[in-house]
Design a protein around this ligand. Structure first.
Ligand code: NOJ
Length: 557
């Protein structure tokens, strides 16, 4: 397998609005991030993925961009950005930008022009269609509730928006759109950015027939209906030629609705498209059919099956991205671990299970502290339009009661990941001296970076160690993966192999104590513990695996 720095790296995602506020306005900003670069260097990460920092009216917290070459006022100025980039590079940390080009804001000058008239030169930058029998052109739903089509009386037509109606979809079939996007990407790379995380890049090419899809519980087809459209690979190959070729970048595509076969094309190892993809199958493991709004707990066997399919399926032909969290997901320790008694132990177990797999690991801010879901009380505590729209849509239609919906939001809302980073036990967790834009999780007095950096047994220090191990052992990066005990409901056990070297990763996802027999070929006397989340872990022929215990064993040939 070809060696690449981006395979050997650990990426840290920053959601700037919630990371660190340097000027007391209650919103995180670029200077706040620069202030905390030493913290990230200490953690040991190699790359920052910066969620959008561009000018935006903030309908979707920056994922609705009105100027791709300007910085959002809340976050600072372009010279603040340049300083952040310089300071990061000085510490050997690269910065990957969020590229949001499936759609723009409706306040982007292109859309302002486009909606004016049918013969406006920007008309064809977006996707306009007439009504079908007095109704929207098809049954596609927006990711954020309701139809994906918005009627615009000025020209008596609908425009497509797979996200909010303030996020109209760009028309990638128009070569002028592609040229604009490629120019803008070159501009950021010339400035020194180190690559792109590409927002819903799997959705950019739409079937020109706009066929109806299968309706979900709200009556609309999923926003992922157009995924992997007819020209997506052609457009990404064009992007490679016009932007990325000859540059040493990291590219990761957010590929909603991607199948394994499609992923092999997006992240192909011949480098003609992207370096790697985010797939989301494992994020549906606790969905209720196609409906994410539920508080169903996952079945570990299902999770193992999905992870294994991607580990084995992409081995040598493409490259995985590994994640439990991002700004769209609840906190993993509350979702897949135990955020009560075993919070620290289970956070470390989840980290072990993920970071020992093949692929590039992504840490979402606060995950390295074991930050948890948030005790939101009322719908007025939420800020995320997805959560708020779903609440009103699904309770309004009588599909769920308000109590049910609040329970689901507390479990699944994106806002769980968006409360301020917990720096210390001072007011507002040290995030801001002002009024934070969203509530602070009250557990910051107990869970915060300052306390964890001082304590060797903390989740933070465990992450430091995991990252260090990755730099010391090639097998963690390049080894092949095999699952053991596929039918076990509590233990996730797998091996990695490279040459004569082997690792055995044992993770208990539950609070029961279990016994695990070392496989025949493993001699307990020639086996050493590489990392474990219990300080007194021991290797014997039969290993007692305690609640949420994780161990990584290494054979000594
Ligand atoms: C995916 C992003 O991760 C999410 O936060 C955003 O709302 C949508 N794409 C729309 O850009």
């Amino acid at each position: 397998m070809e060696k690449k720095w981006w395979k050997e790296s650990v990426v840290y995602q920053i959601y700037p609005r919630s990371f660190k506020d340097s000027n007391g306005d209650g919103v995180g900003d670029l200077n706040g991030i620069t202030e905390k670069l030493d913290y990230l260097a200490k953690l040991g990460i190699d790359v920052i993925w910066l969620s959008p920092v561009y000018r935006s009216p903030n309908d979707d917290n920056g994922y609705d961009i009105s100027d791709y070459r300007a910085i959002m006022d809340d976050f600072g100025t372009m010279s603040d950005f340049d300083r952040l980039l310089d300071e990061a590079h000085r510490r050997g940390i690269r910065i990957v930008m969020d590229l949001v080009v499936n759609h723009t804001s409706d306040e982007h000058p292109w859309f302002v022009e486009s909606r004016k008239s049918e013969d406006n030169p920007y008309r064809d930058f977006y996707i306009w269609r007439p009504a079908r029998n007095g109704r929207p052109p098809n049954n596609w739903g927006s990711c954020f509730s309701g139809s994906a089509w918005e009627y615009d009386a000025r020209t008596d037509m609908y425009y497509l928006h797979l996200f909010s109606k303030k996020q109209p979809d760009l028309n990638w079939d128009n070569p002028e759109v592609r040229e604009e996007v490629f120019d803008m990407m070159n501009w950021w790379l010339d400035k020194g950015a180190d690559g792109f995380r590409m927002d819903v890049i799997s959705l950019i090419s739409k079937d020109p027939d706009f066929p109806d899809g299968v309706p979900g519980i709200n009556g609309y087809a999923s926003f992922t209906e157009p995924a992997n459209g007819p020209h997506v690979h052609e457009y990404l190959q064009e992007m490679r030629k016009k932007v990325l070729d000859g540059r040493d970048t990291l590219t990761v595509g957010e590929c909603s609705g991607v199948t394994l076969e499609e992923a092999k094309k997006y992240a192909r190892s011949d480098g003609r498209e992207l370096n790697m993809v985010f797939q989301f199958e494992h994020m549906d493991v606790d969905a209720d059919g196609s409906n994410k709004w539920s508080d169903k707990k996952m079945d570990l066997r299902e999770l193992k099956k999905i992870m294994t399919k991607w580990q084995k399926g992409l081995d040598t032909v493409a490259w995985n991205s590994l994640f439990w969290e991002n700004h769209d997901q609840p906190r993993s320790v509350s979702r897949f671990g135990d955020d009560g008694r075993y919070r620290e132990t289970s956070a470390k177990m989840l980290a072990t299970c993920l970071h020992m797999m093949q692929g590039t690991p992504y840490i979402y801010q606060g995950e390295e502290l074991g930050m948890t879901n948030v005790p939101f009380c009322d719908i007025s505590d939420f800020r995320d339009l997805d959560s708020i729209n779903a609440y009103y849509e699904l309770t309004g239609r009588g599909i769920f009661t308000k109590e049910q919906m609040l329970r689901f939001l507390r479990y699944k809302s994106r806002d769980n990941a968006r409360t301020p980073f917990q720096w210390n036990s001072e007011e507002n967790a040290g995030f801001t001296t002002g009024e934070p834009w969203i509530m602070v999780n009250p557990n910051y007095t107990e869970i915060n970076a300052e306390e964890q950096m001082k304590r060797e047994t903390s989740v933070f220090c465990y992450y430091q160690k995991l990252i260090r191990l990755r730099k010391q052992h090639e097998i963690i990066v390049y080894g092949s993966y095999d699952l053991l005990l596929p039918e076990d409901k509590e233990l996730f056990v797998y091996t990695r192999a490279l040459g004569t070297e082997k690792l055995l990763v044992i993770c208990n996802f539950y609070g029961n104590t279990r016994c695990f027999e070392l496989p025949e070929e493993w001699d307990s006397r020639k086996t050493k513990i590489l990392i474990a989340n219990y300080s007194d872990a021991a290797v014997e022929k039969t290993i007692t695996v305690r609640p949420y215990e994780a161990l990584v064993l290494q054979n000594r040939p």
